[in-house]
Design a protein around this ligand. Structure first.
Ligand code: BDR
Ligand code: CA
Length: 350
């Protein structure tokens, strides 16, 4: 997808009708080796990220910031999720300047879920960024609402923009409701959310799905193919001691990464936090790091104990899949990608 090759994944890009016969797991290890220094670019992908920073959202934004050669960030939209919208927006604004993201617009969106009570995460601390303290931003948010920004931005560049969702899907669902053609206009939708094996906020539900299950259901039922980068893979992207040690020498960037990872309370069995949201951006940068399987994903909205669960059926007949579900991650490859980007960003930030 980056190198102009047909990895097989392009066929899964733009709507369930394109899925055709179910091919089983997609191991995108088919591309030719790249020349040194040409790992990513011939095509720069346009990306719009809808997020709720959030420590791992911040680390995802840092991955974008360090991947200028491969990604053109056209917008950041914010949603209430990990913490209130005022804080996710304030964090996004501070991150835009700290990470040298230029004049990319930051547009606030929905404060809470479409229908039900608000759910917040506690693992990111009261500010949303743990113990990280960033300089106060000089610039404020863009006027208008995230939903309008998403619709207008996709309308202006049909087929070009990959949407990345790393928070509750409220803004994206409202965009679909407001202008159903966003489903055709988006190049891709890649989300961090859900799981086919387990939850993290409840035994059944992953946080972003639980925080707005009705919105997630709308997103999965909209007619496009949702690439679901869920807990099944993100829980393997763990900042363990060795990873933390690689973050320490990264200058100013380390002032975000290290205290962020240390104060992120989403601790896994492997002894460190999983940086879920960075995995969704990593997928956009290099899908070959992931194994993906087409499936039908339905979001449970009515269950007492299973609300927000992403019920995943890998046995559906060809053509009916609405999702491409990540089932495995090349973890060493993921960290090489991450530290390549973080190294470049650190060189810029000093
Ligand atoms: C997701 O929930 C949030 O707390 C994180 O930012 C991530 O998007 C992981 O379940
Ligand atoms: Ca998030």
């Amino acid at each position: 997808m980056f190198l102009g090759e047909d990895t097989g994944l392009d066929r899964h890009r733009s709507g369930r009708a394109d899925l055709g016969e179910l091919p089983g797991p997609i191991h995108a290890r088919t591309r030719a080796p790249s020349a040194p220094g040409c790992v990513f670019s011939r095509h720069v992908k346009k990306v719009l990220i809808d997020c709720d920073p959030g420590i791992d959202d911040a680390l995802a934004l840092a991955l974008i910031a360090g991947s200028r050669d491969a990604l053109d960030l056209v917008g950041v939209t914010t949603v209430g999720g990990n913490v209130d919208l005022s804080l996710t927006t304030a964090n996004a604004l501070a991150l835009r300047e700290f990470l040298d993201l230029g004049d990319v617009p930051v547009t606030p969106g929905s404060a809470g879920a479409l229908l039900r009570h608000t759910v917040r995460a506690t693992v990111h601390g009261t500010s949303g960024l743990g113990t990280v303290v960033l300089p106060a931003p000089a610039r404020g948010p863009s006027p208008g609402h995230a939903v309008d920004f998403i619709v207008d931005t996709l309308r202006a560049a049909p087929g070009e923009i990959t949407l990345v969702g790393t928070g509750p899907l409220t803004n994206l669902a409202l965009a679909v409701r407001k202008e159903p053609r966003v489903v055709e206009w988006a190049r891709d939708l890649v989300i961090m959310g859900g799981s086919y094996t387990r939850g993290n906020h409840t035994p059944a539900a992953e946080f972003n799905m639980l925080a707005d299950p009705e919105a997630a259901a709308i997103a999965f039922e909209a007619g496009w193919t949702v690439t679901m980068v869920g807990l099944d893979v993100t829980l393997t992207a763990v900042v363990n001691t060795a990873v933390l040690d690689r973050m320490r020498p990264l200058g100013r960037l380390a002032e975000l990464l290290v205290p962020g990872a240390q104060s992120y309370k989403e601790v896994t069995d492997d002894g460190g936090p999983a940086i879920h949201d960075a995995c969704a951006v990593a997928y956009v940068l290099d899908p070959s790091l992931f194994t993906c399987v087409p499936a039908v994903v339905n979001v449970e909205t009515a269950g007492v104990h299973t609300r927000g669960m992403t019920v995943t059926d890998f046995t559906v007949p060809g053509g009916r899949a609405n999702a491409l579900v990540a089932t495995a991650l090349d973890v060493p490859g993921f960290w090489e990608l991450m530290f390549g980007a973080y190294g470049r960003l650190s060189a810029r930030l000093g």
